[in-house]
Design a protein around this ligand. Structure first.
Ligand code: FPP
Length: 242
């Protein structure tokens, strides 16, 4: 990729279209999720290579529990098997993996592997992969308010301590704001994904389904990001970051 290009510091990816990808090929929907894992492996290596520092992946929303029980079970097993199989390579590649979302009602096997991966990759910093699992922005807001109220109740903070940075620190993860949000499959919505963190993000909605969103598609997305003029509510050319 051209060295002159600006690389977004924090990229969010809503991995949509797995089911349709499979159905259009005469396969069951879950095969689309399976294929998405290969895409993810390629993308993670590519993002680390081009210098993305943080990537938030929408892997499973709080609302996804409403799906057919068999699909939910398939996805939970897929998380466990893929994490077990892939995390060593990611760890050696310098990737730190963190998770955002509610632990309840994730199965114990999922909780065990996410705890292990979080611990084992915590010294890494080349690319931080924030996996949003049983995640919803509304749930995150509720949990953040409760966390802050607890601190206030204990007398650990005063009202004056609560500012935007403090709110950020009390989210599931203390990460920089999203610069660029990509949602595959042509759907034009955020679906409860990191609403607070995406306040000044640029958005990109490619038509391709997630299993086809490979490195080449990612590079196209970066070219599009470079065409955007980011003003953060100010005047042109006064950008806060890349
Ligand atoms: C949306 O496509 C996709 C999901 C709800 C699941 C995404 C999960 C993965 C790709 C696995 C990630 C794994 C790890 C280890 C992080 P959809 O099923 O809604 O597709 P559709 O809109 O075509 O029905």
């Amino acid at each position: 990729m051209n060295d002159e290009l600006k690389i977004p510091v924090h990229v969010g990816i809503i991995m949509d279209g797995n089911g349709r990808w499979a159905q259009e090929r005469g396969m069951v929907r879950t095969m689309g999720h399976k294929s998405a894992i290969n895409t993810l492996k390629e993308l993670c290596a590519h993002m680390a290579e081009v210098g993305v520092k943080y990537c938030s992946l929408y892997a499973f929303s709080t609302e996804n529990f409403k799906r057919d029980k068999k699909e939910v079970k398939f996805l939970m097993n897929l998380f466990v098997s893929s994490f077990k199989k892939e995390y060593i390579k990611l760890k050696e590649r310098g990737v730190r993996i963190v998770f955002s979302g509610r632990r309840e009602p994730l199965p114990q096997e999922v909780l065990d592997i996410i705890d292990q991966i979080t611990e084992e990759t915590k010294v890494n910093s080349d690319l931080v992969l924030n996996v949003c699992l049983n995640y919803g922005s509304h749930a995150e807001t509720v949990d953040m308010v409760k966390k802050i109220c607890e601190q206030y109740k204990k007398g650990d903070i005063s009202l004056d301590d609560i500012d935007e940075e403090f709110i950020q620190r009390n989210m599931y993860q203390d990460l920089p704001p999203l610069d660029f949000v990509i949602r595959t499959s042509g759907e034009l919505r955020l679906s409860n994904f990191m609403l607070y963190q995406a306040s000044y993000a640029e958005f990109y909605f490619p038509q391709v389904y997630f299993p086809d969103f490979n490195s080449e598609e990612f590079d196209k997305a970066i070219l599009e990001f470079n065409k955007r003029k980011r003003r953060f509510g100010g005047v042109e050319n006064e950008t806060k970051n890349s």
